[in-house]
Ligand binder design. Structure first.
Ligand SMILES: [Ca+2]
Length: 393
């Protein structure tokens, strides 16, 4: 791994004004200074609204980004429903030219049944995603969507094969953005051991180090984070793959943010992205942290991040209370097993993030065509399904 590449250094130096940082990244990339930033958005695309969808909009709304495809993994919800939400989002903003690739329906090893038994023995987990007790549909059952069913269909190719194909087609140019459980990315790495080294970099929302919060999801479990927890073995595979650069948005930095101001500021915008987010806003108090939005926005504008630390990172694979917890080491105490340093964001400029998100969401969607409007909101326009307090979406 290139711990401090020239591109990253240029990006941070240039990031003091607007969005020039990522242009510096592009300038140092093989694709040239004016080339779009190529990204595959891997997401547990629950919806409508919420962090999963908003983060896709961060990428889709940037004129400097070319989203090669959206790959979907079970996590916050089940894959098949998430695929439908992603398709409907693309229809809403008029970007049905971007395909949605279904990925893993289940984690590699962890099961819902084992997890339930483990919680009875070792304590409850606040956010269970697709496994939450309030969800009663089967994994392959798609309930009616609040935003209406999409008219487009998912791609025939699966997520992992698509990702492998793209890094071979655009070697060292594709950023892998992983904002769900890392199952799809792990499968791609196992399909083709050259996958990680052929990618440009990995951006992930995952892991937790020492978040300053009294929210019960982390107060007694500071190393717990949903994406790593849901598929620990996948996270282990991905964190041990030979990436050139890994940037981690952890719980520590996400909980320094709030999205209520963003939703308030874009409420008057007629842009399809803004109208979608306002209509399905989950901004209802404690749970309006920027999770995946922060990972995406900080990739585009590294100056959002005020501090980061380098660490060796892995996931606890021991079946027990700590299964799926984040592990980190320094040079002083790291194990003999091979690990590469990752960059963990630790402090955020919340005001700059808010300004960037408002600017992106309230703008027309680049490359939009034949947008399919949302159904009108119900008379008592309230968020459709308020998430549990402080749960990580
Ligand atoms: Ca996610």
């Amino acid at each position: 791994m290139k711990i401090a590449s020239l591109a990253a250094a240029l990006a941070f130096l240039a990031g003091a004004a607007g969005f020039p940082a990522a242009r510096a990244q592009a300038a140092a990339s093989p694709s040239g200074s004016d080339a779009p930033l190529l990204v595959i958005a891997d997401q547990d695309a629950s919806g409508p609204g919420g962090s999963d969808m908003a983060s896709l909009l961060v990428l889709l709304q940037s004129p400097r980004v070319r989203v090669l495809g959206i790959t979907v993994v079970s996590g916050d919800s089940w894959r098949d429903e998430e695929v439908q939400h992603a398709l409907r989002l693309l229809e809403t903003i008029g970007r049905t030219d971007i395909k949605v690739y279904p990925g893993a329906a289940f984690p590699l090893v962890r099961t819902q049944e084992w997890t339930k038994l483990n919680s009875d023995l070792n304590g409850k987990v606040t956010w269970m995603g697709a496994w939450r007790e309030t969800r009663h549909t089967a994994w392959d059952e798609v309930p009616p969507l609040d935003e209406g069913a999409p008219v487009t269909r998912a791609a025939d190719e699966d997520a992992a094969h698509f990702m492998v194909r793209m890094v071979h087609q655009y070697p060292h140019q594709v950023t892998i953005y992983g904002a769900g459980p890392l199952t799809n990315i792990a499968l791609a790495q196992r399909l083709d051991p050259h996958f990680a080294e052929l990618a440009k970099e990995l951006i992930i929302m995952g892991g937790s180090l020492s978040p300053k919060t009294e929210a019960h999801e982390w107060y007694n479990l500071p190393r717990h984070e949903f994406n790593f927890w849901f598929d620990p073995e996948a996270a282990d595979i991905v964190l041990n793959a030979p990436w050139h650069n890994v940037m981690v948005t952890s719980v520590d930095v996400s909980i320094q943010t709030r999205l209520a101001g963003v939703i308030k500021a874009i409420r008057g915008s007629q842009a399809p992205a803004a109208r979608y987010l306002v209509q399905y806003s989950r901004s209802n108090g404690l749970s309006d942290y920027a999770w995946d939005e922060l990972a995406a926005a900080a990739w585009l504008d590294p100056a959002i991040i005020l501090k980061q630390r380098d660490a060796y990172m892995d996931v606890n694979l021991t079946r027990g209370p700590a299964y799926g917890n984040t592990l980190t080491w320094s040079d002083y105490d790291k194990p003999l097993l091979h690990h590469d340093l990752v960059h963990v964001q630790t402090e955020v400029d919340a005001g700059r993030l808010e300004r960037d998100l408002i600017s992106l969401f309230s703008a027309p969607t680049p490359g939009a065509h034949d947008a399919r409007p949302l159904p009108p909101p119900p008379p008592a326009a309230a968020p459709s399904t308020p998430p549990p307090p402080a749960a990580q979406p």
